[in-house]
Design a protein around this ligand. Structure first.
Ligand code: HEM
Length: 192
């Protein structure tokens, strides 16, 4: 399945500049433990058949905000091909953040996604000509909508409120951790 997603290069990218030891300390700092891994696996099952609805909601948010849509656009014209290509990889990411082990391969792909938001590699995967970088401020700002909007989807499969809360909290930690890794290219050398 995964191989059919255009531009999705999990396991086929360069090495992350962040070490596993540094990742472990970051995990510790966002209080991410084995319990979170289990909660995320459950979240993966809950979200699995809802990814289209989730993406509709997130794309609705981006599409409804000119200052966000411009990152998919050239001269004010959204690039539909680009929006769709990214959407497929975004759907895969929902499953990956829940199910993949956060090992060296995962770490490497986080760096690749970082480069794809940054001027280093933005537009290159899909060979498009849109805004050259996603500005740092929106990377971090996005933690909130990507987190807050998932809760409704986590409640859809009849889990008790405590379980939903546990999945939600683990999702929040995972998104925070991920976005930190994605901001590496934006930070001055030795300041990350
Ligand atoms: C790419 C998620 C912030 C616009 C992607 C991909 C994912 C993703 C999963 C595809 C990665 C891949 O190629 O495999 C997220 C998450 C964010 C975030 C979780 C923050 C929590 C933003 C923001 C924007 C944005 C703020 C601005 C509208 C884009 C664009 C691409 C992309 C344009 C394609 C980059 C390229 O040219 O390859 N994002 N994103 N993202 N995202 Fe984000």
């Amino acid at each position: 399945m995964e191989e059919q997603i255009k531009g999705y290069a999990y396991g086929q990218v360069g090495q992350s500049p962040i070490s596993i030891a540094e990742l472990d300390l970051l995990k510790k700092t966002v209080m991410f433990t084995e319990a979170d891994e289990k909660n995320l696996q459950l979240a993966g099952q809950v979200l699995k058949d809802q990814t289209n609805e989730i993406l509709d909601l997130w794309y609705g948010f981006v599409g409804g905000n000119e200052h966000l849509l411009q990152y998919f656009s050239k001269d004010g014209q959204p690039n539909t091909f680009y929006l769709n290509a990214v959407r497929a990889r975004f759907g895969q990411w929902i499953m990956d953040i829940c199910n993949k082990p956060y090992d060296q391969t995962w770490l490497n792909y986080q760096h690749e996604i970082a480069l794809r938001h940054h001027s280093t590699k933005k537009n290159k995967t899909d060979n498009v000509d849109t805004a050259p970088i996603i500005h740092y401020r929106y990377m971090t700002a996005f933690i909130y909508p990507i987190t807050a909007t998932i809760k409704g989807f986590l409640t859809k499969k009849g889990h008790d409120p405590e379980t939903v809360e546990a999945m939600y909290s683990s999702w929040f930690k995972a998104v925070t951790l991920t976005v930190i890794l994605w901001t590496y290219p934006y930070i001055n050398k030795n300041e990350f």
